[in-house]
Design a protein around this ligand. Structure first.
Ligand code: F6P
Length: 319
């Protein structure tokens, strides 16, 4: 193996840059040439590549986002686009790909890699933490800390003005960010796609709490479970208490990667290159039960099982 290419695909996540830095510098230290693919799969389709050297990744370790840019490429499911990507790979004598992204990216790498016999190794990077078999994806720790800081701020105004706040966090159809921030933020309730909400109980708890003298609540909702605006309206109609909605949105995707996110990204860049050098393919490297390990793409793209009830019960017990 002489030349590998690295790409970031799907939604950006803090920590993608340290992962790129690690792939490039560790790869070079092993005698490899490393090519950067711009804009995810689009860069292979449209032949947008650049040779990366030691200096080209200087200063990016602390930056959110991705210097290689990223994007969604649903067209890549079509053979015509895959053929174009394969032509780019052949033309530039690329022996293997490191794909930094989430489950959509791994699905594409799994099918493309097998269909065209291109060795692909994935590095899980997504704020959603929805990769099966992986404890934590690159970026999720940073996103959780960003969301938590916002929730702590909202708590100040919620208690001062005696209001209910419904705060919507990202996560697509996974409730991980919501559960994590609801627990760490001492929030009163959390609504996630994995558990059917009992609206009557949620509203009844608020009314009963209010009778006992409780005056403020923070309810976290995962975007995949509903809209904060609709839920705030529903709660206000039932309880008659002043209720506000906040959608944290893309603020969760940006920002300086935390130390945890950076360390993980740097270690996984190393592990991905090692996996390719050992002749492995069609798998992701990641933190599994606290250790750097490998998960086949086939398993990684299955629906992730969260211990949602455990988290939910703990949040409700501690509130
Ligand atoms: O996958 C990351 C994520 O931020 C999800 O949490 C969210 O649903 C989605 O991307 C938003 O995507 P976009 O930025 O393309 O609207």
């Amino acid at each position: 193996m002489k030349r590998i290419a690295v790409l970031t695909t799907g939604g950006d996540a803090p920590g993608m840059n340290p992962a790129i830095r690690s792939v490039v510098r560790y790869g070079i230290s092993k005698g490899l040439q490393v090519i950067g693919v711009m804009r995810g799969w689009w860069g292979l389709v449209n032949e947008e590549l650049k040779e990366l050297d030691h200096h080209s990744v200087s200063g990016i370790i602390s930056q959110g986002g991705t210097v290689l840019k990223t994007g969604r490429c649903p067209e890549f499911a079509k053979k015509e686009y895959q053929d174009r990507a394969f032509n780019t790979i052949k033309k530039h004598s690329i022996d293997a790909l490191v794909v930094i992204g989430g489950n959509g990216s791994f699905t594409a790498a799994h099918y493309f890699g097998n269909a065209y016999n291109v060795p692909c190794v994935g590095i899980p990077a997504s704020i959603d933490n929805d990769i099966n078999g992986i404890d934590l994806t690159i970026g999720s720790d940073t996103a959780i800390n960003t969301a938590l800081a916002a929730i702590d701020n909202i708590r100040d105004t919620a208690t001062s003005m005696e209001r209910i706040f419904v705060i919507e966090v990202m996560g697509r159809d996974c409730g991980f960010i919501a559960l994590s921030v609801a627990l760490a933020g001492g929030c009163e309730d959390v609504i996630i796609p994995e558990l059917k909400p009992d609206w009557e109980k949620i509203c009844h708890d608020i009314v009963q709490g209010n009778i006992r003298g409780k005056v403020s609540w923070i309810i976290v909702v995962a975007e995949g479970a509903g809209s904060a605006i609709d839920i705030a309206k529903k709660i206000n109609e039932f309880t008659s208490l002043e209720t506000r909605a906040v959608v944290l949105g893309h603020v969760q995707r940006g920002g300086r990667p935390t130390a945890f996110t950076r360390d993980l990204a740097l270690r996984l860049g190393n592990a991905a290159v090692d996996a390719l050098l050992e002749g492995k393919k069609d798998l992701a490297v990641g933190l599994c039960c606290g250790r750097i390990n490998e998960v086949s793409f086939k398993d990684a793209i299955k629906k992730k099982e969260l211990k949602a009830e455990y988290w939910y019960n703990l949040i409700k017990t501690l509130t």
